[in-house]
Design a protein around this ligand. Structure first.
Ligand SMILES: *[C@@H]1O[C@H](CO)[C@@H](O)[C@H](O)[C@H]1NC(C)=O
Ligand SMILES: *[C@@H]1O[C@H](CO)[C@@H](O)[C@H](O)[C@H]1NC(C)=O
Length: 389
């Protein structure tokens, strides 16, 4: 039996199982219920500001904070319009832009002065012209930045030494590993040990149809892999999650993994041998993209309440040309998929903070509690939403 038939039978078999069918119904019905214009907007933010629109910052997926310094690192890829290995957009052309990592000084967002933002300059980076960053994580102790690169030459993890003062990233190594076939998000636990999610079993580049079936069926094809960079041969799969996406650690023992296709969070106990023991699952009313945690231990999550709208958007994006004479090409740059942002803590449960579309396609929210500043990035959006609380 070939792989395709196997997967189709698997999907069919599972779809006929009662509880599973009910789960799917709940998830798919949220996807359909939140068509644009068919939801009640929620906006709990006292004041917000969309910044960095003129700085050429767009299509940002991940944001990391260094609260001591008041700086954020943004992982953005203008090339995502034509090259998105997760959503399955493969229209590269000679003008395909490369992604950038930006250093943004958010400590002074109150002033009307221009924002202080600079691209981090690469040193000794052979993939600079094939760089399409997604998730990243910083090991503060060694100032090592790990970045998922969805390069056209093949997905990999890039390891850099970050020097904030010099605004440079010196390349250390590129990691390619058979268990990291569709890397999405990275959680560094120190000493070169990483948890990495693979969003799909079937990569959309190789299996476009199966990859979509995998997304909509909610089959647990995504994985969480533990890898110790000093012994990559010992890497292993420690959990299977439908469309595994962002991750964050709640404390020394609990790891949260977002599921985009089963719309929720999986919590695991991290065992001393790095294996993961499933603890609980928290349902969310939207497909969760990335997670972060603030200094008070509240999980922040951003995601996509209308998967169909996001798919439509990514499908039309390769046409986008903001300066074109053609109206169709200009319209393809519009960002219409609504955003959804929420927080969760054990005490308060799940609280939706924002559901709306004046800032589109939210992918990550981060919060600096002491400064009272939060930021939201948008997968297909220009700029960054900055919120003051
Ligand atoms: C999500 O954010 C976390 C940091 O909170 C980071 O480690 C991870 O790589 C990010 N993933 C994606 C897909 O952006
Ligand atoms: C970590 O967080 C989880 C979820 O809030 C909680 O159940 C657990 O007791 C915490 N563990 C520690 C060691 O604080």
């Amino acid at each position: 039996m070939n792989v395709l038939m196997k997967a189709a039978l698997y999907a069919l078999a599972l779809a006929t199982l009662g509880p599973y069918g009910y789960e799917r119904y709940l998830t798919l019905s949220t996807i359909v219920a939140y068509r644009p214009g068919n939801y009640t907007p929620i906006d709990t933010f006292k004041s917000h500001d969309i910044r960095l629109r003129t700085a050429g910052v767009r299509n940002c997926e991940d944001v990391l904070l260094d609260e001591d310094l008041g700086v954020a690192i943004l992982s953005c890829d203008s090339g995502r319009d034509r090259w998105n290995t997760v959503m399955g957009t493969f229209s590269p052309d000679a003008s395909l832009e490369n992604g950038k990592l930006w250093l943004y000084d958010y400590s002074d967002t109150n002033s009307n002065a221009d924002d202080t933002i600079n691209p981090l300059a690469f040193r000794n980076f052979p993939n600079e012209n094939d760089f399409h960053p997604l998730g990243m994580d910083l090991d503060k102790e060694t100032s090592t930045l790990y970045v998922v690169n969805h390069a056209q030459g093949g997905s990999c993890i890039e390891v850099f030494l970050l020097e904030v003062n010099a605004k440079t990233l010196t390349h250390v190594q590129t990691i390619v590993h058979p268990l990291l076939h569709a890397p999405n998000s990275i959680e560094s636990i120190g000493g070169g040990r990483l948890y990495i999610t693979n969003d799909h079993m079937f990569r959309s580049r190789v299996f476009p149809v199966l990859s979509k079936i995998e997304t909509f069926s909610g089959l647990p094809g995504g994985t969480v892999v533990h890898i110790d960079l000093s012994r990559p041969e010992d890497a292993e799969i420690v959990a299977r999650v439908p469309f595994a996406n962002g991750m964050t650690r709640l404390n020394s023992t609990t790891l949260a993994v977002a599921s985009t296709s089963k719309a929720g969070l999986y919590l695991y106990d991290m065992q001393p041998d790095h294996s993961l023991k499933f603890k609980t699952w928290i349902r969310t009313p939207a497909a969760v993209d990335n997670l972060s945690i603030d200094s008070e231990g509240t999980i922040l999550m951003a995601g996509h309440p209308s998967a169909l709208e996001l798919m439509k958007l990514s499908k039309g994006r390769p046409l986008c040309n903001p300066n074109s004479e053609s109206e169709a090409e200009r319209l393809a740059c519009d960002c219409t998929a609504p955003s959804w942002v929420a927080q969760w803590s054990e005490e308060k449960g799940l609280e939706t903070l924002f559901h709306g579309s004046y800032f589109c396609s939210s992918s990550t929210m981060v919060r600096d509690v002491k400064r009272g500043i939060s930021m939201i990035s948008g997968l297909y959006e220009r700029g960054l939403m900055v919120i003051r609380e």
